[in-house]
Design a protein around this ligand. Structure first.
Ligand SMILES: Cc1cc2nc3c(=O)[nH]c(=O)nc-3n(C[C@H](O)[C@H](O)[C@H](O)COP(=O)(O)OP(=O)(O)OC[C@H]3O[C@@H](n4cnc5c(N)ncnc54)[C@H](O)[C@@H]3O)c2cc1C
Length: 395
């Protein structure tokens, strides 16, 4: 039985980035992934790097926006993280930071945009509200219905197919042991160590046992299931989302596009396809009264139509046929803030999930790895600590 300093559960962006940070800090790291690296949310997402507050954070009013804004320090850190990641990994990850626009089409939406920008500036985000001719000179591809837009210069996109595999390779170069096709089926504290039981295949049979001083749960929508193995309840909820991709076109959309009044994210990939998403729901599949996390959510016709309709703010997109639509699952917490840090009353157990963890994933991983290495609290992430849900756990 090999003993590790840290076992990371989950080979998505969060797990691979945490393993990379830990391994390069000298930790002996085991990363365990039940399927393949990047098989789930980290490889299925829209690749948006959005540092402004999202529509889901402002749609429920100013109080909710102010609560969600408590994650803005992470957004600021993420701006820096994405600026240097390709150099640090020595690989291209399709990172492009040509700026993002959050659109408003009515006076009421402009008012929300202004209040949102004021809140973001309180935290130090570089955001300007452009309007009228100035906006249309800046972004001539926008429909005339667009009256104003919040502009953040460092926003953009990265390629979800490239980022996580590059992080996994980097973790491996620093000595992390990566086990794929290997499911964690049990988590028990034995003396000073955690004992992880693993097995191959969906049932996790033919098991092995690994010892580690610390365990990082980076299991995406499976996080609650993994935490339950350590007798911990974490309120992490799966959400089904819809994406569409158009046929390729000449480059005409240099910015990341979002909307302050409806669900929309839109960008053009390096290959010329336009990806359209922004939070349109897909139906989670249930079996025997439980959400089946192993089955992709079902496509909802309303989401497909709504998603396409939202894209009318860029008329050139209307001429492009949609060639592919897919669904995926991600996690939200009840307060829309990340779940990041040490699990109370479980020494050496850490968790990272929740929110826009493609945009914020490099930041979550760096901060969490620093906390694991020092073994102490980290004030930078105390607002996101699982301790805020301590009332759910008595032992
Ligand atoms: C359609 C869609 C669009 C999105 N768009 C964006 C976007 O544009 N910008 C943004 O910031 N975010 C976006 N997100 C959210 C983002 O993709 C996720 O927040 C992020 O990828 C989460 O990464 P993760 O590593 O936590 O999870 P995952 O990538 O899901 O990785 C978790 C891994 O843990 C493994 N695992 C689980 N249980 C076990 C076990 N028992 N044993 C071993 N391994 C296990 C799983 O197999 C999985 O590979 C989107 C999500 C979706 C679904």
């Amino acid at each position: 039985m090999t003993a590790y300093d840290t076992a990371v559960v989950g080979g998505g962006l969060l797990g691979c980035a945490t393993a990379w940070h830990l391994a390069r800090a000298g930790n002996r790291v085991l990363l365990v992934e039940k399927d393949q690296v990047n098989r789930h949310a980290s490889g299925q997402n829209a690749g948006s790097l959005h540092f402004q507050l999202e529509f889901r954070m402002v749609e429920h009013g100013d109080d909710a926006a102010r609560a969600a804004a408590r994650a803005l320090p992470l957004h600021l850190d993420a701006v820096r993280a994405w600026a240097s990641i390709e150099d640090e990994l020595g690989e291209r990850c399709g990172v492009s930071r040509t700026g993002g626009l959050m659109l408003a089409e009515t006076p009421a939406e402009i008012a929300v945009l202004d209040r949102k920008a004021a809140l973001e500036r309180e935290y130090g985000l570089d955001v300007a509200v452009l309007s009228g001719p100035e906006l249309h000179r800046f972004a001539p591809y926008l429909a005339d219905t667009v009256l104003a837009a919040g502009h953040v210069p460092g926003e953009g996109k990265a390629n979800p197919r490239l980022v996580t595999p590059a992080l996994a390779r980097a973790a491996g170069r620093h000595g992390a042991v990566l086990r794929t096709g290997c499911r964690v089926t049990g988590l028990h504290r034995r003396g000073r160590h955690w004992e992880l039981r693993t097995g191959s295949g969906p049932g996790g049979t033919a098991g092995e046992t690994h010892l580690a001083d610390t365990v990082v749960l980076a299991g995406g929508v499976w996080t609650a299931e993994l935490a339950a193995m350590a007798d911990v309840r974490l309120p992490v909820f799966p959400v089904g989302l819809t994406m569409s991709a158009t046929a390729r076109s000449r480059p005409f959309l240099p910015h990341l596009i979002q909307h302050v009044g409806r669900r929309l994210s839109m960008k053009q990939t390096e290959d010329g396809n336009v990806l359209i998403g922004g939070g349109w729901p897909a139906k989670l599949v249930s079996r025997a009264g439980q959400v089946d996390l192993e089955t992709n959510p079902e496509l909802r016709y309303e989401s497909l139509v709504g998603n396409a309709d939202a894209a009318r703010v860029v008329p050139a997109v209307w001429d492009l046929p949609v060639i592919r639509t897919w669904t995926g699952m991600t996690t939200l917490t009840p307060d829309h803030l990340p779940l990041l840090g040490a699990v109370p009353r479980r020494p050496g157990l850490y968790v990272a999930t929740g929110g826009s963890a493609f945009t914020l994933g490099l930041t979550y991983a760096r901060l969490l790895a620093a906390m694991v290495v020092t073994g102490g609290p980290d004030r930078a992430i105390e607002d996101y600590s699982p301790a805020r849900f301590g009332a759910l756990n008595f032992v």
